[in-house]
Ligand binder design. Structure first.
Ligand code: PRP
Length: 209
């Protein structure tokens, strides 16, 4: 195998979607045994398959792909909407189903959207702007549901999957912004240089979705 043109570097999002991603890749003929353990290693190279797996934080996956540190990336549409980078979005992988919502305290009688906390400040700003509503946005890095409970913000914009986090914190969905799934993205240069290999992987993935 010619490593320069054919070796594939795939950036995977650590966390919730990793297990489903690995299942899908395995169903598409890419063995991911090394990634499955609970190790702390961040990059695995499989010479035999001509693949390396880069394990990054979801918000950073588009950066690895855009700058060509990875050829391909697997990441949620929420992250792509927030980061808006230069890459090709190749495929909706139909995994990691969740939705992006505006949520607030269940027992509040008057709704207030003056201050919104979110991990997605750009996306939040765009959404409220498109609705013609003025807001202040507070950027948080996680556990966003804490913001209304501590009076840091009136409401939040965040992902909901099972709904458990909202329920256990006495919050409710107020507005759905959009449904979210996981996507496959490609570096633009890699897509030209390694097209045959990438297209074949995409076809295999389509077959196994
Ligand atoms: C996500 C999301 C919500 C939660 C929703 O956070 O931001 O907080 O999951 O899931 P649920 O509807 O199934 O309860 P995550 O657990 O990834 O961690 P974070 O809050 O640190 O971002």
């Amino acid at each position: 195998m010619n490593e320069c043109t054919e070796f594939l570097r795939i950036a995977l999002s650590k966390g919730r979607i990793l297990e489903e991603t690995v299942e899908l890749l395995e169903g598409s003929g890419i063995k991911c045994q090394q990634v499955k353990g609970n190790g702390r290693k961040l990059i695995y190279t499989d010479e035999k398959q001509g693949v390396s797996f880069i394990l990054g934080k979801p918000m950073d996956i588009p950066t690895y792909v855009e700058y060509g540190a990875a050829d391909l990336g697997v990441v949620g549409k929420d992250v792509l909407m927030e980061t808006e980078g230069e890459y090709y979005e190749l495929l909706d992988l139909n995994i990691g189903y969740c939705k992006l919502v505006v949520a607030g305290e269940k027992d509040k009688t008057e709704r207030d959207y003056r201050t919104i906390a979110s991990k997605y400040p750009k996306l939040t700003e765009k959404y409220f702007e498109s609705m013609g509503r003025q807001t202040n946005i507070v950027k948080l890095n996680g556990s966003v549901e804490l913001a209304p409970l501590t009076n840091l913000a009136d409401s939040i914009v965040d992902l909901v999957s099972s709904g458990q986090t909202l329920r256990e914190n006495n919050l409710v969905e107020l507005e759905k912004i959009t449904d979210i799934t996981t996507r496959l993205i490609a570096n633009k240069g890699s897509y030209q240089l390694k097209q045959a290999r990438i297209v074949s992987l995409v076809e295999n993935m389509q077959g196994s979705i």
